[in-house]
Write a protein that binds this ligand. Structure first.
Ligand SMILES: [Zn+2]
Length: 632
């Protein structure tokens, strides 16, 4: 959770505004006299607990979230409002300090040392006489020269100080070499090389920077067989996938990521032309690893060994997979934006290797067997049903009960009601029992799909409101990829107030002022100008937008128009409500005023909807033309 999200989760807008404005409940919302303009007759100021937002329908005609409220009331900028609210909510804001700059410098130095070590070991493997044995080993494993180069494989010689001496001679400090995870500390003081007589696999992050190593023993008696870099400032094993730098383009292109367990498995897959393969470097997948991939693809195939240990480890891994993906995708899947849902829907499958094979063996033996294994991958829940039921006698009462006990809770945890019902029916059919009987085996109510929790008092936002947030994000994310479209979108009516989330609004306004000042070329890097606390938000949006590339102008325009449409509809709905209220109170002047504004907003809405359908038609015509061209 970012500090902004944390603040919003801790401060309820009704409580907060209610401390300075007398609010009265009115249907789903609260109303009072606007604190920002002379408002004495009909209250025109509204607070909406479901969206945690406020709006003045009187002279101000503006609104926003709790941050905008403080900015307007205290006449401060976003940064000041943030400080005030953080203090109130008891949320710690971290700022970039001179210490952070030192930390950056340290990371840079450790990275340099790590890269130097990778080059040193690689050169030894390629050029040195002492590496002849390991070279033979690689040849026997059918690992090509090209793969050795692509993966920068290396040889760490049988020596306590060969690497240390090399790095010291290049001017690096013993302490830094140790902090990079390359040496171990001697009991009596001093250091010795951590990796000796090993085949070295440099582990690179998604940008291709070396951050650590995996090392395989070359002597049968050597323990452990695999040794990794220790956790360090650079290297976090649980956050990285081996081969991701070389696999990312193929993963994006195929829309599928294949995850294997071992370094050599991933390497061999690439060598055989299956370039969308990465290795989890351990037995259980982690949440952070999946996040890395989720930006690149929506379909994952976990290819794992058939042995029992593998299966058990997988079960743990899958539990994490299911949790991560449910949470990440829930806000999107809850949306009725069909296209968005279709594109983001995530699919995890499990492929089990033939017994006795690891991916490396299978690939070397038979490429078509690898492909057919991938083709036969099962959806994750089908796979779990299979491994749970396989050892049970499903014709016996005991077997049925045990299967139900293990599987029903799993099915009930599924976020999607359609999927949930599908699997319950499926399980009932397999066990030949009644669905209702299955549900009775577990009295716990099905868990609702995760939604953001607000203050305890507030009701959950209705589905249409949740869409608003993701539509906002979507529109802004596309725009950040193509900032020069901004003036175009403004012509279509998009304005900063269409963004109800203050962090989105803030980023939009910054982009706008930047473009007004600097022009659209080169594409600005807004991070320099953003409040530190908005970095995370900005990077999320940029990464989120990246997965839609290539993005055409039409799609950006459509997103902006749809956001406009939603804002206008909401405005009209609220104005109608106010019109009725003033009619009831016999405030005829105000009623007239609301009517005029409804008419104006309706006109804008009609225009916006016409613009949307014009673009949909143009899009369809273009696609049809493209299809015809292909046919010719
Ligand atoms: Zn006002």
């Amino acid at each position: 959770m970012t500090p902004i999200e944390e603040i919003k989760s801790k401060i309820d807008i009704v409580d907060f505004v209610g401390q300075t404005v007398k609010l009265r409940r009115s249907g789903k919302s609260y109303t009072g006299f606007c604190p920002f303009h002379a408002n004495t007759k009909t209250p025109s100021f509204y607070v909406f607990p479901d969206t945690q937002s406020w709006h003045c329908f009187g002279a101000c005609g503006t609104g926003g979230d709790v941050f905008n409220y403080v900015m307007k009331r205290e006449n401060v900028d976003f940064g000041e409002a943030l400080k005030m609210l953080a203090e109130r909510a008891g949320v710690q804001l971290s700022e970039r300090s001179p210490r952070d700059a030192l930390e950056d410098e340290r990371v840079r130095r450790l990275r340099e040392i790590t890269e130097a070590a990778a080059r040193y070991w690689h050169n030894l493997l390629i050029n040195s006489e002492v590496a002849r044995g390991v070279h033979n080993y690689l040849t026997n494993r059918e690992i090509s020269e090209q793969s050795i180069v692509n993966f920068q494989l290396g040889y760490a010689p049988e020596s306590w100080d060969a690497l240390s001496k090399y790095l010291l001679s290049r001017g690096y400090q013993p302490k830094d070499i140790h902090d990079a995870g390359l040496t171990s500390e001697r009991d009596g003081g001093g250091y010795y090389d951590r990796f000796r007589n090993r085949l070295m696999f440099p582990i690179r992050d998604i940008k291709g920077q070396t951050i650590g190593f995996g090392a395989r023993a070359l002597d049968e008696l050597q323990q452990p067989k695999y040794l990794n870099s220790p956790q360090s400032l650079l290297f976090d094993k649980s956050a990285v996938l081996y081969g991701v730098d070389l696999a990312k383009e193929a993963i994006r292109a195929h829309g599928v990521a294949v995850i294997v367990e071992g370094y050599a498995d991933a390497l061999m897959a690439h060598q055989c032309g299956f370039k969308n393969v990465v290795a989890s470097m351990g037995t259980a997948l982690t949440e952070m690893q999946l996040r890395t991939l989720q930006r690149l693809a929506k379909k994952f195939i976990l290819a794992l060994d058939a042995d029992v240990a593998g299966l058990l480890a997988m079960q743990r891994g899958l539990d994490v997979a299911q949790r991560t993906l449910d949470r990440e995708s829930a806000p999107v899947l809850a949306a009725d934006l069909k296209t968005l849902e279709d594109r983001l829907k995530i699919d995890i499958r499990v492929a089990v290797l033939p017994s006795g094979y690891d991916p490396d063996d299978l690939l070397r033996e038979d490429l078509s067997a690898w492909q057919s294994m991938l083709d036969s991958a099962l959806p994750v829940v089908d796979y779990l049903i299979q491994i749970v039921t396989a050892p049970l006698d499903l014709s016996s009462a005991k077997g049925k009960a045990e299967a139900a006990r293990s599987l029903v809770p799993l099915i009930q945890k599924m976020a999607d009601p359609v999927e949930r019902s599908h699997y319950l029916q499926d399980l009932a059919r397999r066990l030949r029992v009644d669905e209702r009987a299955l549900l009775e085996t577990n009295t716990r109510a099905p868990a609702a799909p995760s939604v953001r929790t607000r203050g305890a008092k507030t009701a959950l936002a209705p589905a249409s409101e949740k869409v608003a947030f993701s539509l906002e994000d979507y529109c802004l994310a596309l725009l950040l990829r193509h900032p020069s479209e901004l003036s175009n979108l403004e012509r279509l009516g998009l304005q900063s107030e269409d963004f109800t989330q203050s962090e989105n609004r803030q980023i939009f306004e910054l982009l706008k002022s930047w473009l007004d000042y600097e022009g659209s070329e080169p594409v600005p890097d807004l991070r320099d100008a953003l409040e530190t606390v908005l970095f995370g938000r900005y990077e999320y949006l940029v990464a989120y937008g990246a997965q839609y590339e290539p993005i055409n102008v039409d799609e950006i325009e459509r997103a902006a128009l749809r956001l406009r449409e939603r804002v206008l509809k909401q405005q009209i709905e609220r104005l109608r409500f106010l019109e009725e209220e003033s009619q009831r109170a016999n405030e005829l002047d105000e009623m007239q005023d609301y009517r005029q504004r409804i008419a104006l907003s309706t006109e804008q809405l009609n225009w916006t909807q016409a613009a949307i359908s014009a673009r949909s038609m143009a899009g369809r015509a273009q696609r049809a033309a493209a299809t015809r061209e292909k046919a010719v």
